[in-house]
Design a protein around this ligand. Sequence first.
Ligand SMILES: [Zn+2]
Length: 264
Amino acid sequence: MGVGIGMPGFIDFQKGINYTFLEIKDQTIIEYLTEEIKLPVYIDNDSSLIALAELRFGSVHHKKNVMVINIGWGVGLGLILNGELFRGHNGFAGEFSHIPIFDNNKLCECGKTGCLETETSLLVLIEKAAAGLKEGRLSSLPSNFPSDYYEQDYEAIIAAALKGDQFVVELFSESGYNIGRGIAILIHLLNPELIVLSGRGAAAGKIWEAPIQNAINKHCIPRLSSNTKIKVSTLGHDAELIGASVLVMENIEKNNTVIKNKTV
Ligand SMILES: [Zn+2]
């Protein structure tokens, strides 16, 4: 029926333009792919699609104000406000990864320093694990770590965390605490009823919950945070794929409604 694609980057989903990746001369990604595949194509930001999946099939079902955190190669955010996905004026809302909260002099890929993702993304976790091993930290991580294949290294740190590897759990706790500092800002701004931890990183499960809650306890006004729950997604790695399918279905439904109304 159609093709839905989740991508990182600054995406204007209505125009079908990704301003960050895959520039195609004189054509939008949507125009190019539609011509090649001969099916309607829709693109959206990966974190927005993860939130869409949680809204239709996951932890956000029947809830109104929820922040869906996409823990992955960056730390994205999908905002569910008043029961709907909020994309902002151009579709760029939720750039959680790049809120400047550290004075760490670490250059982020966005060109700024001190962004949330410079201390919290799965890539940073892999980097920190590799640096720790070099310094002689004891860990059950495989001897070929880091393999320099992100997917393989990601699976290795998740597996080590789930086995309770002390060093890796320590890294997750540090990262979780820092994500929690960012979440404290979101709670102050938007008063959500639920925070869902989703995306690739959700595979580490409950390990995230305590450090994030700890940061919220420390940095949030209790009156604001006392009714906000934290939950790890059950959709996990599939969330983006499910969200991409929802994107196609919702657009086809919308277009059909427009055609129907025009016919009437
Ligand atoms: Zn940044």
